[in-house]
Design a protein around this ligand. Sequence first.
Ligand SMILES: Nc1ncnc2c1ncn2[C@@H]1O[C@H](COP(=O)(O)OP(=O)(O)O)[C@@H](O)[C@H]1O
Ligand SMILES: [Mg+2]
Length: 373
Amino acid sequence: MGNCWCRWGSSLDRVSSNAKSESPNYESPTSKSWKEESKLPTNPEEVEDLRRHSAANPLVAFTYSELKIITSNFRQDQVLGGGGFGCVYKGLITGDLREGLQSLQVAVKVHDGDNSYQGHREWLAEVIFLGQLSHPNLVKLVGYCCEDEHRVLVYEYMPRGSVEHSLFSRVLLPLSWSIRMKIALGAARGLAFLHEAEKPVIYRDFKTSNILLDMDYNVKLSDFGLAKDGPVGDKSHVSTRIMGTHGYAAPEYIMTGHLTPRSDVYSFGVVLLELLTGRKSLDKTRPAREQNLTEWALPVLKEKKKMLDIVDPRLLGDYPVKGFQKAATLAYHCLNRNPKARPLMRDIVDSLEPLQVQDEHACHKMAMTAISI
Ligand SMILES: Nc1ncnc2c1ncn2[C@@H]1O[C@H](COP(=O)(O)OP(=O)(O)O)[C@@H](O)[C@H]1O
Ligand SMILES: [Mg+2]
């Protein structure tokens, strides 16, 4: 879906057939039949109940006709992204839409009616997780629509779109070293928050297209459709149907379906490598041995001197060598095949904090603005 190259399986495999066990707070049904599935908490009263209890983030229940107004009838030239399960539209809530609502730019994600059951699963996961969690590095869910077969999410609008867009665009200027490190730290803080929550959450689909940016390159994690409650008590993992995105998912998760917070750490390592090299996690346009970024980079990451061979040439040498080596070594540890040997997200945050640098160009620009004022 969206910008994902290849989530596994057919669209029907995107989420485990056991919707309720994949989402927090719900009991698991035993049958996969549509009859059973239709007993899922799809009805508005249950969702309304959820809304009332979403203490961290009081959500607005939009009507479908309000969404038509917000998105100018889902105008095609306002599409921000999407794919398999529907589209994300740019929209505007105006002050006169409904009493109590303030004017706000939003992004509206519509789950396709054709995939209603699967779409509903992901929609529900997002309402539950984003309704309960609030952090500067998680996108804010403004509200939702659950009317007839419509399943829609309304988020705060992130003007620079996804990291995928900013990092790999051929038209935008390359991201500077300082911005890349800012993105890495913001994303790490978002994941650390999820892993350390009272009820820990595994994000499960960490990748550049799910990391969004505001005007100042502040990071917000989005797309919680595959997020899952982490293991509790003395359990080491949760067992799931294998879902995720090729090129990002941890090898042990692909092999066993055992999901732990360290699976997110592996995906974080892949994203960090993308930021350092400017290469996509999977790129079929490259020679065969370079198509999988992790396989290509890992042998090089073992040696401090060789590491510099894989730095993104679009940085034009404008990066601190020591900082690069530290970040590359961090990526190497995140990508350890042994999940227990990977660092915790909290340790990753601690390692990235000293790597933050003031962007000289930004400082220069700010100084010039100050002078002109
Ligand atoms: N809040 C937002 N602000 C701006 N763009 C967004 C927002 N949410 C999503 N997008 C764009 O839409 C794309 C797909 O959104 P996402 O939630 O990841 O949906 P999908 O489930 O299709 O992957 C993102 O990669 C991004 O480009
Ligand atoms: Mg996505």
